[in-house]
Design a protein. Structure first.
Length: 278
């Protein structure tokens, strides 16, 4: 509700407007209590009276506004595609695709794909794929003849972060400091490969700025147990103890990296997921 501008009582009228709702309905007051005005009172103050429902209206709600707003700056080609409220700068070509609201800068090519609410800068190709993470590229594998979205797909996304000690630290999804969870507790088996680059940027520990390593962590999990293996592909300088592992606390999967005490290290990870849902 928004307060109506301070309006004096009109002569011979014991009520005046007090509030306007988000639907445009005007509430009147007698100076003490809220009252519903009759047609004469409503129109005397310049509003429109709706005889069908007995309301006084400051404006008529445009019920198509949601749809129009949802398609601002979007390009949609094909049948039965949906862009929900708050979807911007998004490109869709295909059929039966859905981009949920509060998202921007997404691309969907194919059929029966989805980008979930609030995901930005993602792309989905193929059929029955679903993007769950910012900056993710998904290849939908058909969903076992239409069984459902995300039942068979692969995807790639980025994780980044920094460490200054030897404490395991969760990396951020696509650089978002508010997002570290990369998968949640659902009936999905994930084969994964993390390609990890770590470079020292400072600190007083032995070694030098520019010390670096390239690690590869791969495995498979059912969101309760991970079977995984980490391998050092290459390294230069003092990088002893630098490592990475997945964490499944509460059924939520994160990637944690560990450096060394008094070492400032930057981490950049390309995450590859291979998912099957049962």
């Amino acid at each position: 509700m928004s307060k109506a501008k301070t309006i004096p009582f009109l002569r011979d009228y014991p009520v005046k407007p007090s509030e306007v709702s988000s639907l445009g309905i005007v509430t009147f007051t007698d100076g003490t209590n809220d009252v519903v005005p009759n047609q004469q009172q409503c129109e005397a103050y310049g509003y429109t009276y709706n005889r069908e429902n007995g309301t006084c209206n400051a404006f008529v709600l445009n019920t198509s506004l949601d749809s129009n707003f949802a398609n601002v700056n979007n390009t949609v080609s094909g049948k039965n595609n949906v862009t929900r409220t708050g979807t911007n700068n998004t490109y869709i070509i295909g059929e039966n695709n859905t981009v949920n609201g509060l998202s921007r800068n997404n691309i969907v090519v194919g059929s029966n794909n989805e980008i979930v609410n609030g995901v930005n800068n993602a792309s989905v190709f193929g059929t029955y794929g679903i993007a769950l993470r910012d900056g993710e590229t998904v290849f939908g594998g058909g969903g076992f003849n239409g069984l459902g979205k995300g039942y068979a797909q692969s995807s790639t996304f980025m994780l980044t972060g920094t460490t200054t000690d030897a404490t395991p630290t969760s990396l951020f999804v696509n650089g978002d400091p508010n997002t570290t969870i990369i998968a949640r507790d659902i009936s999905t088996y994930i084969g994964y490969k993390f390609e990890i680059v770590a470079v020292r940027t400072g600190g007083t520990h032995a070694g030098s700025v520019g010390d670096r390593t390239f690690l590869e962590l791969n495995g498979i999990n059912d969101r309760t147990v991970s079977d995984e293996h980490i391998e050092t592909i290459n390294k230069t300088g003092t990088v002893s103890g630098w490592t990475a592992a997945t964490d499944l606390t509460g059924g939520n999967m994160t990637l944690q990296v560990t450096g060394n005490a008094t070492m400032d290290i930057s981490w950049s990870v390309t995450a590859n997921f291979y998912e099957i849902k049962i």
